[in-house]
Design a protein around this ligand. Structure first.
Ligand code: CA
Length: 366
């Protein structure tokens, strides 16, 4: 090192020392909080891992760094399905996941992610924000020491990937299908063998033949996992997840310990992410579907009305049984069922009527 550089370096060091002296308070006493977020998703997985990261970055930047969120993908701090316990116990401060993964804790959690033949994304948001859903979610979460928020939505999911055509209920008999939540239980009722696997474990299971079929999310996410390399039949619609809410939950003590400013920032960031993530799923699914069909020669199939009707009946039974599992889940179920009934009445005259009209064979411009 030249002497001149050494002197320059020494100058920088002494300036840094002076800066440190002029800011004597340690960071934590100035109210800076470091928050650990665990997730159930593979690192930066499109739409899921990236939603978690965007949420973390949004909270960090909105707070000017005074609430800094560090994201841990599945298995980086804890395995995917241990995220709930990690946050409940305080090992981590928050998670990003889908609540049906926690149905072993309480069946009520299913209703805050998606239930078979339940609500669409917009209906779910209406129920949580303006139909009493959030209050019930808080009541359920309190039992486990967590505070939950909607933080993304996948929209209507696809029915799944099959290694053969499924034209009747008979074709489901004995099929080993990856499907989490109450949807998996519905499949068991119609004779299939359903299992729940974290995302990262699906492709190897499909490839080895450990499972015959799987659902994941929709074209964008399913293309990323490469299921088309093993199976070619891609069915729709996903009865089991008509608008899956992604959620982010905070350890209740951590949440209660936040300043009112930080609480408002977290709430606003969650709300923003809920909208932005849904928009991204809808935008990217379009292109991914085209790629799957044209480039990877995937055969898209619609479930028959016969299959959908039988699955609908089984869904109603499974959801009602889940609702009867304990008192608080019963309250959630009653609220959800009433809201679903009202939503169907309105959707028939609004979204549904419009979508049907849009498919009429008129020419639209050029
Ligand atoms: Ca799914």
């Amino acid at each position: 090192m030249k002497r001149r550089d050494f002197i320059k370096g020494a100058g920088v060091a002494s300036a840094a020392t002076a800066a440190a002296v002029s800011f004597p308070k340690p960071a934590l006493s100035q109210g800076i909080k470091q928050i650990k977020m665990v997730t159930t998703w593979p690192k930066n997985f499109p739409g899921l891992g990236t939603t978690a990261s965007r949420l973390a970055n949004r909270i960090t930047s909105m707070s000017g760094g005074s609430l800094t969120v560090k994201v841990f993908a599945a298995n980086e701090l804890v395995p995917a399905f241990e995220s709930f316990d990690a946050v409940s116990s305080g090992t981590a401060d928050m998670y990003h996941a889908a609540e049906y993964y926690w149905q072993g804790k309480s069946k009520a959690f299913n209703f805050f992610a998606a239930v078979p033949y339940g609500l669409t994304a917009t209906e779910q948001s209406a129920w949580i924000n303006h139909g009493g859903g959030q209050q019930l979610w808080d009541e359920v979460g309190k039992q486990f020491g967590i505070k939950s928020f909607m933080a993304g939505n996948t929209g209507v999911q696809m029915g799944g990937w099959f290694n053969k055509e499924v034209n009747s209920l008979e074709d489901y008999k004995g099929l080993k299908i990856r499907m989490p939540g109450l949807g998996g239980e519905v499949l068991r009722r119609i004779g299939a063998a359903a299992v729940s696997l974290p995302g990262g474990e699906i492709f190897p299971a499909l490839q080895s033949g450990a499972i015959d079929a799987t659902e994941w999310v929709g074209p964008w996410n399913d293309l990323a996992f490469g299921f088309y390399k093993v199976t070619k039949y891609y069915y729709y619609p996903g009865f089991h997840e008509p608008g899956t809410t992604l959620s982010s939950s905070m350890n209740l003590k951590t949440w209660e310990g936040l300043s009112s400013e930080h609480k408002a920032i977290v709430q606003a960031a969650m709300s923003a992410e809920n909208d932005v993530a849904l928009a991204e799923f809808n935008a990217r699914n379009n292109g991914a579907l085209t790629t799957l069909i044209n480039k990877h020669k995937v055969k898209v199939r619609k479930f028959s009305n016969g299959v959908m009707n039988a699955i609908g009946k089984a869904s109603g039974e499974v959801v009602a049984e889940a609702g009867a599992s304990d008192k608080i889940t019963g309250k959630v179920y009653d609220s959800f069922r009433n809201f679903r009934k009202e939503s169907i009445a309105w959707s028939k005259l609004s979204d549904q009527a419009y979508w049907e009209a849009r498919l009429l064979p008129f020419k639209y411009g050029k």
